[in-house]
Design a protein around this ligand. Structure first.
Ligand SMILES: [Zn+2]
Length: 185
């Protein structure tokens, strides 16, 4: 949700010009993947829950990445994942030659950053500056922050995001439909 919201805002700020349908679809997928990628360090992440034996694979990844909310939840992890995604996109480009992989890469990065920003609002905080071991949070007072998966997150933050999305879409309706109209195959 946060990933898609961030992507929509980015699209408004930096109008990407005529888009291909294939680019749009792959970018939306990459955006969602970017939004869940940081949590591959957690055996209970959606990615691992939905794979057979994924729980165990998740545990291995969690160990490799230093446990939950560690490397994958930092600027270092962002650079690492962005680099790997860039490699993967270049490797995949021959089988999807019409897809603008640079836009897809941005969609992934935007999804990834939005995840870290949302996690920053929670009690655990985010170790943005690893190897500096301090976990940053907003607001700085820990007890004012949100508990992951609790009341505040599902009943306050999610409706706020949905409300913002509806407002964003309604107030920029022509802009969004304009982009859809210029979609080329
Ligand atoms: Zn996370």
């Amino acid at each position: 949700m946060a990933a898609a919201t961030a992507l929509a805002v980015a699209v408004l700020l930096y109008a990407p010009g005529p888009l291909r349908l294939s680019t749009l679809l792959v970018a939306l997928l990459a955006n969602q993947l970017g939004g869940i990628a940081p949590d591959i360090d957690q055996p209970t992440a959606p990615l691992w829950r939905n794979l057979p034996e994924g729980h165990y694979v998740g545990k291995v990844f969690g160990k490799l990445l230093g446990g939950h909310r560690f490397i994958s939840h930092s600027l270092l992890g962002l650079v690492l994942f962005a680099w790997l995604t860039n490699l993967a996109l270049h490797a995949l480009h021959p089988i999807m030659p019409h897809v603008d992989i640079q836009l897809v890469w941005w969609a992934f990065v935007i999804g990834y950053v939005s995840h870290l920003v949302m996690d920053t609002l929670t009690k655990e905080g985010v170790p943005w500056l690893l190897p500096v071991p301090y976990k940053f949070g907003v607001p700085p007072l820990r007890r004012l922050r949100i508990t992951t998966g609790k009341f505040m997150e599902t009943l306050v933050l999610l409706p706020l995001l949905v409300g913002f999305d509806i407002w964003l879409f309604a107030s920029h309706y022509n802009h969004f439909t304009g982009i859809l109209k210029t979609l080329v195959r």
